[in-house]
Ligand binder design. Structure first.
Ligand SMILES: C[S@@+](CC[C@H](N)C(=O)[O-])C[C@H]1O[C@@H](n2cnc3c(N)ncnc32)[C@H](O)[C@@H]1O
Length: 249
């Protein structure tokens, strides 16, 4: 298999994907199995919709449920190929969208618990099980400026996912010992973020010194955080993805 951009462009056309970026998520999905049947997926920066297509394909049959909600500054028509009724899009600026509005777009997650032991009560929690951010600024060509804007978008994705308080806790406690730090991060409330406990987060960034900060924030919050530069990335691009698996709180 050739790794040239032309190859991925042609493959996207041949397979009915609206953009070659589909192959980035396909690779992440193969390696990390982020989306499972019935997942609730939030796709930040979803235009033109290739990740919506790949996310929907991984939800499994309609009967398994699941949802894909895409948000972009641009208006996005849900692609007719590889998407079904579970895919919805919203036109909005993620930087200005209140977290409560984002949470309201998520499906209700129902679970049953015995409390007291004889009577089953239903517990409901809203939120997403997967958050993808492929957001990127309009590239100016000024490397440091583009990287800083990309870091702002990435930080907004982290903030929406885990809540500002949790992210700040982990940053502020970076100087604390490993043991104390993980105590603080894993006992914090997750009520602020829209990512459910055990959920996964993918963030696109442009390589710079700033990306180290994302590792520092995310590593204590997730079971695992790894960097990936997908094969479908153009050779001239500085993009890199942080794959965070299993939100701990
Ligand atoms: C690389 S494209 C995403 C491609 C998409 N994942 C796909 O596969 O079709 C990046 C998108 O981020 C969007 N974006 C950038 N800043 C944004 C913001 N503040 N709010 C919402 N979308 C934003 C852009 O409009 C652009 O469509």
């Amino acid at each position: 298999m050739s790794g040239t951009p032309d190859f991925f462009y042609r493959e996207a056309q041949r397979l009915g994907y609206v953009a070659r970026s589909a192959f980035k998520l396909i690779q992440m999905q193969k390696q990390y199995k982020i989306i499972t049947p019935g997942s609730s997926v939030l796709d930040l920066g979803c235009a033109p919709g290739a990740w919506l297509q790949v996310a929907c394909q991984n939800l499994g049959p309609l009967g398994k449920g699941g949802v894909v909600v895409g948000i972009d500054i641009k208006k996005v028509k849900v692609p007719s190929m590889h998407c079904d009724a579970r895919v919805k899009t919203v036109c909005a600026d993620v930087m200005n969208l209140p977290r409560d509005h984002v949470r309201a777009l998520s499906p209700q997650n129902h679970s049953f618990k015995e409390f007291p032991p004889s009577s089953a009560i239903r517990l409901s929690a809203k939120g997403f099980s997967v958050i993808l951010s492929d957001m990127c600024p309009l590239v100016s060509g000024i490397t440091s400026r583009d990287a800083a804007l990309s870091a702002e978008l990435g930080m907004r994705a982290v903030d929406l996912a885990v809540g500002r308080a949790a992210a700040l806790d982990c940053t502020e406690n970076n100087n604390a010992s490993e043991e104390v730090q993980s105590d603080i991060c894993s006992s914090a409330s997750d009520t602020d973020g829209v990512l459910r406990r055990g959920g996964h987060l993918i963030i696109k960034l442009l390589e710079s010194e700033d990306v180290k900060e994302f590792s520092r924030i995310c590593k204590p919050l997730f079971r695992k955080a790894s960097w990936l530069r997908p094969r479908a990335t153009r050779s001239c691009s500085r993009e890199i993805y942080l794959i965070c698996q299993g939100l701990l709180r």
